[in-house]
Design a protein around this ligand. Structure first.
Ligand code: FAD
Length: 319
């Protein structure tokens, strides 16, 4: 049932006709407002400000430009990331921006992607201007074909002492080996389960194995050695058992709330993120903005069949 629901939603996310129809005629639908902050950088920053005001949740802004396959689209993405860095800089909030390497040209021209990543990281450094906060260009991790390149981009930007962070995926078999040097280096790493398809030679096929590996990686990220190295753990999941596990490991190894953080997606399990923030944990939401909101929103709906009501209500309510 879950699988059939997910593949229907992935089909909807990929259909250019459906996307055009929904985005052009239903831009203010319930779905868009739940999962996406709005179309412009200003609306992203406004949503980040309201989340910080209550209940004290931080944000990572993400410009929704997916399936980027021309230099023109790459340019649009880079401009949007730099614009939002400038706007965040004026607010006093964290200048924290998520970037997919393929959005900034990784598959078109890796040298161009490298220049673009450095430009965005420099804009973040300028806008945050050494004030306190967690400022970073957060590199999202995409499919296995770009893993090495993404880690290399991170390491080069880190070596240049620019604000950068890296996402690693618990479903990949290699991740413990990728994590070790990042801990030694005192990097900022966001741990996710992984959202891309990969064969059993590269990835754990079963959910139970992915969860077990998540716990092993959390053990490494919240170890005493990691704390001594100045490492910054970011646990990005909606899985409340992993939240509890993280807090238990943190307390056992001398980490205080605020020395690590949880990250979740805007619109997903808001009750859980609010409860974590209320209990004194540092929480961040991934806040997407941009015109191209449909593929992101429909994937969130596809993650849980119970979200069917939201899709139906939105379409009927706007018909
Ligand atoms: P799950 O086991 O999927 O879910 C835990 C619980 O939350 C379950 O009860 C489930 O039903 C519920 N839940 C999950 N999603 C929904 C939903 N949409 N609606 C309602 N309930 C829901 N993946 C990558 O491969 N690369 C990345 O760079 C990346 N960046 C991410 C950044 C952030 C901040 C987050 C939160 C996720 C990111 N992901 C990324 C996606 C990630 O890999 C998982 O696919 C996704 O988070 C689902 O796994 P989960 O850990 O939340 O646990």
């Amino acid at each position: 049932m879950r699988r059939a629901w997910q593949s229907t939603m992935i089909g909807l996310a990929r259909s250019p006709r459906v996307k055009r129809w929904v985005q052009n005629t239903r831009a203010t639908s319930t779905i868009a407002t739940r999962y996406v902050a709005g179309e412009t950088a200003r609306s992203g920053v406004a949503r980040a400000a309201s989340l910080l005001a209550s209940p004290g949740i931080r944000s990572s802004l993400f410009y929704l430009g997916e399936y980027v396959d021309t230099p023109g689209l790459v340019g649009e993405n880079v401009e949007a990331k730099i614009e939002v860095a400038g706007l965040l800089g004026n607010t006093g909030m964290d200048v924290h921006i998520s970037v997919d390497p393929t959005q900034v040209g990784q598959t078109l021209d890796p040298a161009m992607a490298r220049r673009n990543v450095f430009s965005i990281a420099e804009a973040i450094a300028r806008s945050s201007n050494n004030r306190p906060g967690v400022h970073a260009l957060m590199l999202d991790m995409e499919d296995a074909s770009v893993t090495d390149a993404t880690i290399k981009l991170h390491d080069d930007v880190h070596a240049a002492k620019l604000p950068v962070a890296l996402t690693l995926q618990a479903y990949r078999r290699r991740t413990q080996d990728d994590l070790r040097p990042q801990i030694r280096r005192g990097s900022k790493v966001r741990l996710v389960k992984g959202a891309f398809a990969a064969g059993p030679d590269l990835a754990f096929p079963r959910q139970s194995e992915i969860k077990e590996n998540s716990r092993r990686l959390i053990d490494m990220m919240l170890s005493r050695e990691a704390r001594d190295a100045g490492f910054y753990p970011i646990i990005a999941t909606h899985d409340d058992r992993l939240h509890a596990y993280t807090i238990e490991r943190a307390r056992g190894n001398g980490w205080q709330a605020g020395e690590y953080e949880f990250e979740m997606l805007l619109g997903v399990r808001g009750d859980v993120s609010h409860a974590l923030a209320k209990s004194g944990e540092r929480v961040r939401l991934y806040v997407p903005f941009g015109r191209d909101w449909w593929p992101h929103a429909v994937r969130r709906i596809g993650e849980n069949p119970r979200n069917g009501w939201l899709l139906a209500r939105s379409l009927v309510g706007n018909a």
